[in-house]
Every structure is written in C-alpha cells, then in structure tokens.
Design a binder for this molecule. Structure first.
Ligand SMILES: Cc1ncc(COP(=O)(O)O)c(C=O)c1O
Length: 348
C-alpha cells in the first residue's frame, strides 16, 4: 500500500508570498534636505532619521519580517549571529527586541566605542570585538573566521549575512522609491558610499530595471580595496572594505563612476558640515559630500545638467563622537593639520 503524504497546513494552491520590500515600511519617509554645495543645489537624504539610526533599518526590517512571517522567530527561542561594524547590528537588535532572539554581534576595533555601547545597551545582545587587522587595517577576515567557528559549535544558530543574503540589496528598494517620490522626475544623479555594496547594487538594479536616466556614483575610501588598490590604513568605519564584495562586483557594470576619498577628507568634510551647515553626519556621509565636491570642482561636466543630485547620508554624527569629532583621535592619527588630500576617481 502506498503511504499517503499529507501536507497538514497548506491548502492546494496556497502560497506564502512576501509583499514587495517597500510595503514593509510603515514609518514616515526620512527627510530630504537641500543645500548648496560648490554652487549646485543638492538634496541630502538623511537616513539617520530611521528608527534605529541608519539606512540599514530598511533591509533589516524586511529580514525580521520574513523570519516572523514564517514562524522562525517570535514563537521559539532563536540564536542569530551577525558580523557588522555597527549599523546593521543595531538595526537587527532594535527589530528583534522582545522576540525571544539572542543576538551575537561580531564587530571590531575600528568600530567607534559609541557604536559598541549602543549595541551593549540591548539586553538580548552579546558583542564580540575582534582586534586582528590584516595589512589594510581591515578586520573582516578575522570576523568571518569567528562567525564560522561559532556556527560550527552552534549549528542551530542562523547567520545574518549582509554579503550574501538578497534581503540586503532588495531591502533598499524603499530608499530609492522614497527618493523618487520626494523629487518627482528631478533626480539627476545619486551618490552613495559603499561598504558591503548592497545599497549600491540596489540602486544599480533599480536604474537598469526602470530605465532611469540619473547617474549613479559610488563613493569609496582610498584606504579600501573595494574598487582598487588600497592606499594606507583605514581610519573610518562603515564604508570601504578589505576586499571586493559580490554586491560591488554585480553593481560595477551599471555604475557611472567610483570616487575614492581619503579618510582625512571625509573627516574634514564631516566637521565642516557640522560647524557651518547644521548637519551632524557620519563618516560615510562626509565622504559622499567630499566626493560630490571633488566632482563638481574637477569634472563638473560629469554631473547631468537637469534636475538635482541626491547624496545619500547613511547615519548621524552622534555615532562618531570618539573618532571623527574627537580632536584627540585626530591627533593620535597624525591628522591635527587636516588637509584635503588627493581624491581619486576610478579612471586614475
Ligand atoms: C555608515 C555606513 N555608511 C555606508 C555604508 C555602506 O552601505 P552598504 O553596506 O550598503 O554598501 C554602511 C554599511 O555598512 C554604513 O554603516
């Protein structure tokens, strides 16, 4: 006799579908503020106004919603582990609060102490700080090793991998849609820093799929190996990387240009924006504004002559009080005389 196979809950023809990524957003849009930079009116998209303080809220909320929808969390205890320099981990900590999750965050010595402290404030979070830099000053390889070792010992734990989970590029659809809704038909170019490259890939995919005419500029650190040979040790956290990522490699054919900014120029721009423009922003936002200034000064013909450029500012300056905004930190790194430095494009 043939054994009968019963599917206990699924009705014939029933499928569980996730709504479009942007439908998970239930908060207001983050602000878009206008400033004059090098004589150009530009829009700055302030992602620090997301509930957990950065653009990482978007993919993380999508990921947690998926786990909840499928009963992975919320009903039984679950261990999640993430390697993050801060923002993604904080978003994950924020959205998993009260859901029976234990979250292990693997971060490193480059992360500002205020990032680490903000994570330790969550009762369900355990923070592991790795201090094992490679030749470029990146701790990414050592962090990866730690996560692999943890998963071997705890096979039921789930790793939230920003570098391979497609929740990450998909989760930024709401960001692009929001920008376009706030600036109907007037975006001329979008500037975004790259770390994992997930936001850059989302922007690249969106541009191609929807046949947008805006240009896409990605911003990297000269000390990063994402888009070329790294120069010097990395100082800033959040953006840049010790090696190319799958997201940056997928995005590269659809990027108009990469602008690489020295860490000192990013820091100097952050401090100037904070003092003169009422904008207290994180290091990657400073790098993005510095990249725009470099382009507007040196190759203004690269900026389309319709509409307005949009500069995405991933997080706020309060997470960098001990680094970017700390004079002693600058002195310790020989930056007491901040100079503009040389900014390279991918054509150099
Ligand atoms: C402050 C900050 N800026 C920029 C980025 C880069 O975003 P992405 O990882 O999508 O490339 C990150 C990512 O970790 C970040 O935390």
């Amino acid at each position: 006799m043939k054994a009968e196979i019963a599917l206990p809950t699924a009705k014939a023809g029933s499928l569980t579908r996730l709504p479009a990524a942007s439908n998970w957003r239930n908060g207001p849009a983050t602000p878009l503020v206008q400033r004059q930079i090098c004589g150009w009116p530009v829009w700055l998209k302030l992602e620090k106004e997301n509930p957990a303080g950065s653009h990482k809220d978007r993919p993380t909320l999508l990921f947690v919603a998926f786990l909840l929808l499928h009963g992975w969390i919320g009903r039984k205890p679950m261990v999640l582990i993430i390697s993050s320099s801060g923002n993604c981990a904080r978003a994950l900590a924020f959205y998993t609060t009260g859901l029976g999750v234990k979250l292990i965050v693997v971060t490193d010595a480059l992360s500002p102490v205020e990032q680490i402290e903000s994570l330790r404030a969550f009762p369900h979070v355990e923070v592991v700080v790795i201090n094992d830099p490679d030749a470029t000053g990146s701790h990414a390889i050592a962090r990866k090793k730690f996560v692999e070792g943890f998963l071997k010992k705890h096979p039921n734990a789930v790793c939230v991998d920003q570098y391979s989970s497609s929740f990450f590029p998909r989760g930024y659809d709401s960001l692009v849609e929001e920008i376009e809704a706030q600036t109907p038909g007037t975006v001329s170019a979008i500037f975004m820093s790259a770390g994992t490259g997930a936001t850059g890939l989302c922007l690249a995919n969106f541009k191609i799929k929807k046949r947008r005419r805006w240009k896409l500029f990605l911003v990297d650190a000269t000390s990063s190996a994402l888009f070329g040979k790294p120069m010097g040790k990395r100082l800033n956290s959040g953006y840049g990387n010790g090696k190319p990522t799958s997201w940056t490699m997928l995005a590269t054919p659809s990027i108009d240009a990469v602008i690489r900014v020295p860490d000192a120029a990013a820091i100097q721009t952050c401090r100037r924006l904070s003092q003169n423009d009422g904008l207290h922003l994180g290091a990657s936002s400073g790098a993005t504004v510095a990249a725009f200034e470099w382009l507007a000064t040196n190759q203004p013909f690269e900026i389309p002559n319709f509409g307005f450029p949009v500069l995405i500012c991933p997080d706020g300056g309060h997470l960098y009080s001990s680094t970017v905004y700390n004079d002693q930190f600058l002195r310790d790194h020989g930056l007491n005389q901040l100079t503009n430095g040389k900014i390279l494009t991918n054509s150099n």
